[in-house]
Design a protein around this ligand. Structure first.
Ligand SMILES: [Zn+2]
Length: 244
């Protein structure tokens, strides 16, 4: 083979690899997933540059764990369907995996039996999900959406307190930086302080970290058997009924 042939061959290989590379890029570009819980412009901004590609899957009993791109939901584990958990490789291979799986399995069950959970919340925790949401709550532009609560994102406690999770910084919103604000329907005002009655029922020696939604409260109680507040005790009774 002479030199001209070798150069032609190398050039052809280079050309084919370049075309293949661009085709793969185009494919992932056109397959950008629409995340159903991302609707408001601030939510889109908070997820700019993130990608949720499924790299591989693992089985977790009847459920599937999708190992996704490191940037997916800023690396935070979550659920997407009644039997599907998503987490990054870093979380999957960390020593937090088991605790996180317990938390996420609660979210799966909430997706699988939404009516049972709603009934439990209404009868034992005082939470409901009315169809009419106050304008002050509905119209907030800085609400941080959460895949695990997106089916019923607006809980109200004792028909008075509306809990919402909002971005700390509306200019450069980040999924990992948010806080809870509570709309008091009676005083018609926002507050960051938890109502006294709420604390008596939902807090133990300390209060739960994720108190923006009863779905998160129940997932948090489920990962630690030392919770002894009334809310955690009634939850345990409810969960016993569905333990296989
Ligand atoms: Zn959660």
């Amino acid at each position: 083979m002479n030199t001209a042939w070798i150069w032609t061959l190398l050039l052809a290989i280079l050309l084919v690899s370049t075309v293949l590379f661009f085709l793969v890029q185009m494919r992932s570009y056109f397959h950008t997933e629409v995340l159903p819980w991302v609707q408001r412009s601030m939510d889109i901004k908070a997820r700019k540059g993130q990608q949720c590609r499924i790299l591989r899957t693992e089985a977790d009993g009847p459920n599937t764990v999708e190992i996704v791109s490191p940037t997916c939901e800023d690396g935070l584990p979550h659920t997407v369907r009644p039997h599907t958990i998503r987490m990054t490789e870093a979380v999957w291979s960390s020593d937090r995996r088991d605790t996180i799986l317990v938390h996420e399995r609660v979210h799966l069950q909430q997706r699988q039996m939404p009516d049972e959970w709603k009934r439990f919340y209404a009868e034992h925790w005082g939470y409901t999900f009315p169809e009419t949401v106050p304008m002050e709550v509905m119209d907030r532009k800085d609400i941080r959406s959460n895949p695990d609560t997106s089916e019923n994102p607006f809980p109200v406690w004792q028909t008075r307190y509306w809990f919402v999770e909002v971005y700390d910084d509306p200019v450069t919103p980040s999924i990992r930086h948010s806080h809870v604000e509570i709309w008091d329907n009676q005083t018609q005002s926002w507050s960051r302080s938890l109502p006294q009655d709420w604390q008596r029922f939902f807090c133990g020696e300390s209060c739960p970290h994720q108190y923006e939604h009863p779905h998160e409260l129940s997932a948090e109680y489920s990962t630690d058997s030392s919770w002894n507040c009334s809310a955690a005790i009634t939850l345990r009774e409810f969960q016993k009924r569905y333990r296989s």
